[in-house]
Design a protein. Structure first.
Ligand code: F6R
Length: 366
């Protein structure tokens, strides 16, 4: 059942080219690049007139939602808030009838997320679900939604669900952005074409696995890790750190790279490795100088860079090269080596990768 892989997690990481195919199937026209989500089409006016979108989620799904915030704000120009479901539900939140609440949950059974959905519905908001498990409680409790269709995720650490969630959010943003007239034709076509090619891009990025496995061997000694990214890849850094924490039991923190100088850089020494995401985007130069600052304090740097990058390569101790696609989709690509890094470190430390201590796959109690 693990398809020849030693763990479900590794199987699920490798499934991603195919799960992305399933996720976009029937939703993007390969000839016209047009994106169609029935859950949006059926409720077009709610989306076009939405005053605000509030994402509610927990854990990895919350990280995907932070990327969703960036996608929706930039493509649809609708203000977005991202809430931990557990905080949202107990805060007597302001929810209005022209708000859309997007509940993101792989299992569709997370107790806090389900409660947030019920609260939002009572307040009269329109509730949209992004779930994996078909017919799950959250999927049933929402007004509309889009499944991520990545198949059963068995490993406790979420991998293919995360990339599926971000893929659906990108399609959602494009579909809504087009209806609202907030996205240019050129950008719409660029991103939807990149989504159509994403399965091949995922095949491509998976080729880094042997190299990441070697890197992991070098870093099993570490007791702490910092993950840095900016823009679309700040949430990717948070997600990379969560993967490492939950399966290797190594303490890791994700930060927006520029925040380091506001405190955390004091932690840096030769024992505190930094994973820095420095793929080409509009903050590349800034990230490059943040990396220099860490290097100057004796920190070891593993940089995720574009193929052919010269600048960050020079300051990094180790590099992982990834293929480059539209900036807003880079978290999907970059998360793959971070999943693999966490996986191999955990394996080398002899951890129970598929069932880490203290964790359950679906958190049905609050
Ligand atoms: C981390 C992980 C958890 C879940 C969280 C929400 O790898 O799996 O953080 O993301 O418990 O679960 P869902 O998405 O099922 O609501």
């Amino acid at each position: 059942e693990k398809g020849g892989y030693p763990h479900f997690m590794l199987k699920e990481i490798y499934e991603q080219p195919r799960t992305i195919v399933d996720c976009i199937r029937g939703r993007i026209n390969p000839d016209t690049c047009e994106v169609k989500l029935s859950g949006v089409i059926d409720h077009r006016d709610r989306f076009v007139n939405a005053r605000r979108i509030i994402f509610v989620a927990c854990g990895t799904s919350w990280h995907a939602s932070l990327i969703g915030e960036h996608l929706v704000e930039s493509i649809c120009r609708i203000p977005v808030e991202v809430e931990y479901a557990s905080e949202f539900r107990y805060r007597n939140p302001i929810i209005r009838e022209d708000d859309i609440v997007v509940a993101v949950s792989q299992s569709g059974e997370t107790a806090d997320t389900l409660a947030a959905v019920e609260l939002a519905r009572k307040a009269g908001a329109f509730v949209f679900g992004i779930c994996n498990v078909v017919g799950s409680s959250i999927a049933r409790a929402t007004d509309s939604g889009a499944y991520i269709h990545v198949g059963p995720e068995i490993g406790v650490a979420s991998t293919k669900a995360f990339t599926g969630q971000v893929t659906v959010m990108a399609m959602l943003a494009l579909a809504v952005g087009r209806e609202r007239g907030t996205v240019t034709e050129a950008y719409y076509n660029e991103v939807s074409a990149a989504l159509l090619h994403l399965p091949e891009t995922m095949e491509e990025v998976l080729k880094v696995a042997p190299q990441v496995a070697d890197l992991a061997k070098i870093f099993t000694y570490a007791h702490n890790f910092i993950y840095l990214g900016r823009g679309y890849n700040y949430p990717t850094a948070l997600e990379g750190a969560l993967k490492l924490k939950e399966i290797s039991y190594i303490h890791a923190e994700g930060y927006p790279a520029a925040e380091m100088k506001h405190g955390p850089i004091a932690l840096i020494d030769a024992e505190m490795p930094t994973v820095a995401i420095a793929t080409p985007d509009h903050t590349y130069e800034k990230t490059a100088s943040n990396i220099e600052e860490i290097k100057a304090r004796g920190g070891k740097i593993i940089a995720v860079i574009a193929r052919g990058d010269e600048q960050v390569r020079r300051s990094a101790d180790f590099v992982i090269e990834v293929p480059v696609i539209a900036e807003c989709l880079m978290p999907i690509v970059v998360s793959v080596p971070l999943q693999l890094l966490a996986y191999y470190i955990a394996v080398y430390k002899g951890r129970n990768v598929d069932q880490p201590r203290n964790l359950a796959k679906s958190v049905t109690v609050e």
